[in-house]
Design a protein around this ligand. Sequence first.
Ligand SMILES: *[C@@H]1O[C@H](CO)[C@@H](O)[C@H](O)[C@H]1NC(C)=O
Ligand SMILES: *[C@@H]1O[C@H](CO)[C@@H](O)[C@H](O)[C@H]1NC(C)=O
Length: 393
Amino acid sequence: MATSRMFQILILSILFFSSMILAASPTYNIQSYGAKSGGKSDCSKAFLSAWGAACATTAPATIYVPPGRYLMRNVYFNGNLCKNNAITIRIDGTLVAPSDYNVIGSSGSWLKFERVTGVSIYGGTLDAQGANLWACKNSGKGCPKGSTSLAFYNSNNIRINGLVSLNSQMFHILVDGCRNANLVNVRVSAPGNSPNTDGIHVQQSSGITIMNSHVSTGDDCVSIGPGSSNLWIENLACGPGHGISIGSLGWDTNEAGVQNVTVKTATFSGTENGVRVKTWARPSNGFVRDVLFQHLVMVNVQNPVIIDQNYCPNHQNCPHQGSGVKISNVKYEDIHGTSATQVAVKFDCSKTRPCSGIRLDEVNLTFRDKPATASCSNADGTADGIVKPSSCL
Ligand SMILES: *[C@@H]1O[C@H](CO)[C@@H](O)[C@H](O)[C@H]1NC(C)=O
Ligand SMILES: *[C@@H]1O[C@H](CO)[C@@H](O)[C@H](O)[C@H]1NC(C)=O
């Protein structure tokens, strides 16, 4: 009784204070700027006008998208022309891309934010209608490359909470050149055979958190490119998809490294990989260091634990085979479940720059109810606790 009363008081005060905050911040409803639901009339200009109005002030502002479907062409949210460092975009509806994939297919991104600070997106569904473009790509015809659905470039203090991203033409969410971004309660969904539809791609960014999210897609659930540091992923469900991948790295000779990555509490279901580090077999001065993979469950995953430093599709562009990317201090702790292939742990490291400081602790992966196997080349490290398959380090 006493507890429930305390809860009531708590809820009431939260409602009271949040309504005060809402009342204090002006709201720009895209319908007031000419947007019409129904998914037929182009709402890009209306959305941009609402953005422009919010950007013209410095007080915290909310852009509101009411329930309904809103057709959107490419939209570029340019932070250079924005005075406001606290814009909330609250979406109760669905933003839908044109059904003709050519309209947005060649511009790189569908909804692009660049040099913005303090933008939050709450709720909302992005429906990029990518299926026709995937079909075109799979048929081998000439088609546009496709656009990332939601891209943040060179931006700071970003928050995304409760967003659903469906059927992107390419990557669903891109975080590139950013500082401090929180992605929470994000759901990405595309079929397991849709090409290049990565869930969340992070590169050249620091202080990025991805939590309580669910990614089902045709490529990596989360991919981590060069120059990523202080990345935290927690409570992720991944599958179908290609798992979490650090890489591909090491394409360039001069490349920023990846440092301080934590992946904690994640489930991989029927994915191609669990946690992978992948580098091109090319010379590079890149590196991967200080990575923790902890509390992971694998359900019928083809390569639950894999380092692949001999990546060179079709044996092209890797004249001397050997990756320059130095991998060190990677810890795998409490990883268990089932592998869909015999080799559940594979460390295929660079012969020119071997892996060091690989640590396994409490790993138990089985293959068809029997112990799986592990394979190592050029990998050095230690194993503690129960480690099955037995460590080959
Ligand atoms: C590693 O990143 C986390 C955030 O993901 C941060 O809290 C921590 O301070 C970083 N550690 C170092 C040594 O920079
Ligand atoms: C490893 O996992 C299998 C399957 O879940 C289980 O039967 C076995 O007891 C576990 N082994 C250890 C040592 O925990």
